[in-house]
Structures are given as C-alpha cells and as structure tokens.
Design a protein. Structure first.
Length: 670
C-alpha cells in the first residue's frame, strides 16, 4: 500500500523548496501562493525511490493562521517530514505542528535541518540543532525518528534524506504487516476517499482529490457522498497525473465525478462505495482522548489533564473540521495520565469510522488540547446507554488501539447490548473461522466471527447478557401463564413474541421491525434447545407436557361426566363433588365440553346437543309444549324450560301461541 508523508514546520523554513529539490515538483501551485512565496493551501508531490517505489507527499502551510489547512493535509498521512531551518531553529509553528502530529498519533517520520548552506560545514550549530530537534521528538509520538541535515540549494544531504524516507516507508509497511499478522486483524475494508480539494475542470466537470484508504476504487463505481448523502459515479481516476482503471494500494488519488451530487462533494466530505458499509454520518462519537505533548507552543495556556463536561474545542478528523463538546457520563474512563474515554457531541454531522484518529484544539487562545482515536462512530443512545460501564469502555479502548478486531467487536457488543449484524462485519472478518462462536440463530444459522460471543437473532446480534435476560423473560412469561392458568396448554406464540420484543426494546435501542424479527428467532432458538416446547401456535413449559396437568384433566373429566344426562345436579354441587378447580371449569367451557344455561345449570355438551336435537325434531312435527318436551326427555319442567328458552334465544326455535316451532336458524347445529 502506498505511503503518504506530510510536511510540517514553521513558515518559510523551506518545506516546499525541499520537496521541489527531492521530487522536481513545485507544490506551490496557486497564483496567490506564487505571489506571496508561501504555501497557503495543501499541495502535493511524489518521489520515485531508487528501488522504483513511489512515496506521496502532502505539503502543508506553516503559517499560524493556516493551522486548519495544515490539519487537512495531516489528517490522512502515514508519516511526517518535519522541516527546521538551520538559520532559525525550532519556532512557534515547529512546536505547534509537532504537538498536532503527536495528537494525531503519527509515529513514523524524519526531521530535516534545511538551509544548512547558510552554516559552515564545521559550524557547531549544526550539531546543536540536531540534538535540540531530537530532544523535541523524544517528547512526542515521533520519538526516535532520524534527524538529518540538507540544503535544497546545494543538494547537500538530499541522498541522506531519500535514504531516511525509504526507511520511513519500510517502517510504515512493517507496522502494517505486524498488524495484519496479529490474530483478529480486520482488513482495511472498502475504499474511501476523504476529500481535501474539490474544483471544476472546464470540459470535465467536478474533480476531487484525497488520500485513499481501504481496498479498491474503480472507474464507473458508484460512491456515496458523506455526510450530505447523494450518489456520484467515478468517471476517471488519476494517480500522480496518470489515468488508471482502478486503484488498489491507496495513496494520493484524483477522481473526476459524474452525477447530480457531484457538485455537493466538498472538503471534509468522504466518498465511500454506495453498496458497502464504512464510515457513518454522525454527530456523536465515543472517543479515547489524551492530552497532546506540551512543547510550549502556546506559553500562556494553562494545560489541564482534565476534560470537564461541556468543554469545547475544534475537532479535526481526516479532512473535516467541526466544533465539538465533551459530554461526560457514568461510563467514562479517566486515566492518571489525563486520558479519557468519553463522548463528543459535534455541531454538525461528519463522516466517521471507528479507528479514525483526530486532533482537538482549543479556540481561544488557540492551542492543541489533545488528540485520540474514535472508538465508536455510533455510540449507544436511548435504552442502550444503560450498558455503558467504565470497564466495557476501557476494554473497547484497549482492543481498538491494539488492533484486536475480535476483542473490539466483543466490547462493542457489550457496550450496546444489541447491534445490527452488519456492524460486526462479515463472518470471519475478525480473524479465523466462525468455529467456536457462542451464538447461532435458529432462524438463519448465521454465526459470529470467532471469539466475539453473543447470539445472532435475525438481523441483530445480542450480547450474552442481553440474550440471557431475554431468554429468562421468555421462559418466565410461559411459566407465569401456566402457573396462573393450569388449564392452559401454554402461551400463544404471537403473545410470547410480542412479550420478548417489548423486553428487548426496554433493554436496548432497537428498531421495532428488527425487534420483531429478533424475538421470533429467539423463541425458535429456545424451542430448538429444548428450553421451551411448541405445540402449533402455543408455547409451553416442556416439563409439563402438552395440555393441562393429569390431576386437572381427571377433575375435568369427572365434572363432565356428572353433567351427562337430562337432569344433571346443580352446577355448584357438581363442581364440588368433582373437585374441579375454577381453571378446569373455565377450560371445559372454553373448549366447548360443557354448556352453561344458567349460573347453576350446565349440561355436558354431548347431552345438550342430544336434547336440543330432540326438541327440534319434535317441533318440526308440530308445535312443541314444555310439558310434552318434559315428558319426552324424562326430565322436569325446570330443565325443559331452560333448554327451550336457550333454543328460542338462538332462534333455533320460535315460541308461538300453541308452542315452539322451528325458527330461522333451525338448519344450524343446535
């Protein structure tokens, strides 16, 4: 993958001149830059090394009023080229740029003492400056970087600079190789381009430039513009002035864009593949902050290791710049070194991905407050925030900074309680196969990357704690129903799914549709594991078997038998004699095994149907009187009247002056 080196240093210390001497390319291209003899905006160049490899350079302005432009260039570099003029030594912007590079976590670089032609070869200031600069580097993330002397005018030391740059290239790639070899390494992901320049070329349309990250960008590819949205298409790709069909190794890239959204692509936006994940447009991020190295760039600013709630600053991330506010919570993690895991609320959304590094500057007086790394571009909101514990946030910080993708996914899942499946990446992306993963969805059979843990439930993944809580809620719902209603065969499947979905949404922030799909998958998994049993559309406790308990069934059978015959005993007496509890009585009625005509009069359904059929048959032969019906059934007037009145009420019979005759519903079953 290409290595991008960014310049740093005080104004007029010779950054652009050194690049021109090394590469033959003048990074000062704007007319105003040529008139004023200084870099105003970000410029670019490239250097072919003796082994044929090519380095990309980002030349940034050194003026104190152009620090924002400097950070646009520094936001996407792999290494730094610090330039200090021999006749001037380290100055205010030298120190400020070093503090910013430290805040961004730049670890590889080289320092060059330029304009040494102004000093005699034996001038002790050469050695003094080299030592002074080495001491400054030792207080930053660039500790141990080589310091060389050179002159863009005479060519002295340029070969040493080229050799040191080759060494930078090797260190950066070795660092990447070590990360790739680490268990759980996550691939760079789809190609993305943070935009640092956007302009129109006559006859070609919109052109944007930036430092590409990720795997591939290709001609004709559709891209999304973040954070504003909209789709553009790549019309042409240029790398170092040459048109190419695709770019796969990152580095400096220029894209000619087509599409209605092309003119909306501006500095600070990020272009990502339209069909892939990648960065998110967000106005809240969970970050690991640390104070920047204090080199004394701003002498009158009292630096504090604390980050109070409500503290504000200017966030510089990639090529974007936005006002940010610290929002403290109980899940924050404070370190003795002044580091802090906390949330930043942004004034407007920007495109952010986990792992992005940033610098945070105070505005008045201007100073570098610190820097850090994004831990979560979409931190928990709503109910999910209750999972935010310091230990979980610390684990997420440690895994992110160590490049442990599996550990990071595990901590992220624990932090949220619930995550969309896509946020944990495709199977195996965290390293290795999915063998040994904790969660398997009964609905889809999908598994998680090895070592992540959790349970796949439809479109989402549950943390182990969330899954256990929902499992318990589902089992308890079924048990409670069957305890309160022993006659019930179980809980209706639809009701159980709704119960689990409600419990899930009370515990975590989940889309209602996703909660519904997840609850169905969870219930299916519990059935597959034997923790619940399903009979059609009813779910029950598997230990109880299908239907009511045997003792209850026996009592129900006794009561039904007692109500058989044309003259059953009073209902209350029959219930007591059969020792049938209210649940059994209710079950007999709901299942249609008995018919209650009055509070204290009931028949077994088979008996009632026989008696009703006899009444209808007699009515068809002629008007039926209660007395005739009483005599025909061998019952009493009370039973005969109760049955005939019920048939009249349901219009199976109609009562006339001479007796009961067939009614309009005589054809239906009595």
């Amino acid at each position: 993958m290409s290595v991008v080196v960014g310049t740093a240093g005080h104004i007029d210390h010779g950054k652009t001149s050194l690049l021109r001497a090394l590469t033959g390319i003048d990074a000062d291209r704007l007319p105003e830059e040529r008139r004023r003899g200084m870099t105003i905006d970000v410029g670019y160049a490239h250097l072919a090394l003796p082994d044929g490899d090519v380095l990309d350079f980002v030349d940034v302005p050194g003026h104190d009023r152009l620090v924002g432009n400097m950070l646009v260039g520094a936001g996407e570099i792999d290494a730094a080229l610090l330039v200090v003029a021999a006749d001037d030594g380290p100055r205010a912007q030298t120190l400020e740029h070093l503090e910013l590079l430290d805040a961004l976590g730049i670890e590889d670089g080289i320092a060059v003492v330029t304009k040494v032609d102004l000093l005699a070869p034996d001038d002790p200031r050469r050695t003094t400056l080299v030592g002074e600069i080495a001491d400054l580097l030792a207080r930053t993330t660039l500790v141990g970087s080589p310091v060389v002397v050179a002159s863009a005018e005479t060519g002295e030391g340029l070969d040493a600079v080229r050799a040191a740059l080759a060494g930078i290239r090797d260190r950066v790639r070795a660092r990447r190789g070590a990360a790739a070899a680490r268990p759980g390494w996550e691939r760079p992901g789809p190609g993305r381009l943070p935009v640092d320049r956007s302009f129109v070329v006559r006859g070609r349309g919109r052109v944007v430039t930036g430092t590409m990250r990720g795997e591939t960008l290709a001609n004709g590819q559709a891209l999304r513009v973040l954070p504003g949205g909209g789709i553009v298409r790549i019309r042409e790709i240029q790398v170092r002035g040459q048109a190419v069909e695709r770019v796969t190794d990152g580095g400096r890239v220029a894209l000619n864009l087509a599409g209605e959204a092309a003119d909306r692509a501006r500095r600070g936006d990020v272009l990502v593949p339209a069909t892939d994940g990648g960065p998110a447009a967000t106005d809240r991020i969970l970050v690991a902050l640390r104070p920047a190295a204090d080199l004394g760039a701003t002498r009158d600013v009292r630096r504090s290791a604390r980050w109070p709630d409500g503290a504000t600053g200017r966030l510089h991330l990639g090529t974007a710049s936005v006002d940010a506010t610290v929002r403290r919570s109980r899940g924050d993690v404070e370190g003795e070194d002044g580091s802090l895991v906390t949330r930043l609320h942004l004034a407007v959304p920007i495109a952010v991905a986990a792992g992005d590094r940033f610098a945070l500057r105070r505005s008045s007086p201007a100073a570098t407050a610190g820097g850090g790394i994004v831990l979560d571009e979409l931190p928990p909101r709503g109910p999910s925030r209750r999972h935010a514990e310091p230990a979980v946030a610390a684990a997420l910080r440690d895994a992110t900074t160590a490049g442990d993708a599996a550990g990071r996914a595990r901590a992220l899942l624990e932090l949220h309680g619930v995550l969309p499946r896509a946020r944990l990446g495709p199977e195996g992306s965290a390293g290795g196969s999915a063998e040994g993963s904790v969660g398997v969805s009964a609905a889809g059979g999908a598994s998680l990357p090895a070592g992540v843990g959790g349970v796949v439930a439809g479109p989402i993944v549950l943390s182990p704690g969330t899954a256990e809580a929902l499992d318990a809620a589902a089992v308890a719902a079924v048990a409670d129903l069957q305890a309160s209603r022993p006659d019930a065969g179980g809980l209706a499947l639809a009701d159980l799914r709704r119960t689990v979905a409600r419990a899930l949404r009370r515990r975590a922030t989940v889309d209602p549709a996703d909660a519904a799909h997840a609850s169905a998958a969870l219930v299916d998994r519990l059935v597959a594991e034997g923790r619940l049993a399903r009979d059609g559309d009813v779910v029950r406790d598997p230990s109880r078997g299908a239907g009511p308990p045997p003792a209850l069934v026996a009592a129900m059978n006794r009561l039904e038998a007692a109500l058989t015959g044309p003259t059953p005993p009073p209902f209350g007496e029959a219930v007591r004699a059969a020792a049938c509890p209210p649940d059994g009585v209710r079950a007999l009625e709901q299942s249609g095994r008995i018919v209650r005509l009055e509070p204290d009069l009931a028949f077994a359904t088979t008996t009632f149907r026989e008696l009703a059929a006899r009444a209808l048959a007699m009515a068809r032969e002629g008007p039926l009187t209660p007395a005739a019906y009483r005599d025909a059934t061998g019952s009493s007037r009370r039973y005969a009247l109760a049955i005939l009145e019920d048939l009249d009420r349901r219009q199976v019979l109609l009562r006339g002056p001479d007796g009961h005759v067939p009614g309009p519903r005589a054809g239906s079953s009595p």
